[in-house]
Design a binder for this molecule. Structure first.
Ligand code: K1U
Ligand code: ZN
Length: 175
């Protein structure tokens, strides 16, 4: 089932999320719903707080088109960056909670990530390129951090004001 994506500014997007101690069927349903929501958006990642759940769960699939190979959906429970390269990469990031706004963000180019899969098995893998950028962006969501927090205050303020206006318009349309 697709779930609504929260839009910035929303206090739930600023919260630190709690680790998941138990990988229950409820968590597996949430992960499936998040993947459906992410593909429908469309997006390449989604974090649980973006659908209003303040738990440490993210989903990613950075295979953008069939030409790039088969889809590779990954659900990560309690993901952590274990190692990050000194070499950095600049990517023009977007966010499904901040639609139509993009900005260059500099992050480590390669990261080694540890997480639990949906069976509770510990996993470790090194990610590069868009995968590395996207996973770092999603882990930031679990800390209540948005890509806007890397920008200069003036640009952050400008985007936030535009988003406040968009949310007012959407609320008016819905009433
Ligand atoms: O967390 C999110 O809001 C999802 C976000 C992830 C992300 C994208 C780019 C750089 C860092 C993190 C998105 O998926 S935005 C949409 C997007 O980038 C995209 C959509 C369709 C095809 C390819 C990319
Ligand atoms: Zn985002």
């Amino acid at each position: 089932m697709k779930r609504p994506i929260l839009l910035h500014p929303d206090p739930r997007l600023k919260k630190t999320c709690a680790p998941l101690d138990d990988i229950s069927d409820e968590v597996r349903v949430l992960a499936a719903d998040m993947l459906e929501t992410m593909y429908a958006a469309p997006g390449v990642g989604l974090a649980a707080p973006q659908v209003g759940v303040l738990s440490r769960l993210i989903v990613v699939d950075c295979v953008k088109s069939e030409e790039d190979g088969p889809a590779r959906p990954i659900a990560m429970v309690n993901p952590e960056v274990l190692q990050a390269s000194d070499e950095t990469n600049v990517y023009e990031e977007g966010c499904l909670s901040i639609p139509d706004h993009f900005a260059d963000v500099t992050r480590p180019k390669v990261v080694k990530v540890g997480w639990l899969d949906l069976d509770g098995t510990p996993r470790e893998e090194e990610f590069d390129g868009l995968w590395a950028t996207c996973i770092q962006h999603e882990i930031d969501h679990l800390e209540g951090k948005l890509f806007l927090d890397y920008l200069r205050p003036l640009k952050r303020q400008m985007i936030t004001r535009k988003m406040q206006k968009l949310k007012r318009e959407k609320a008016r349309e819905a009433s």
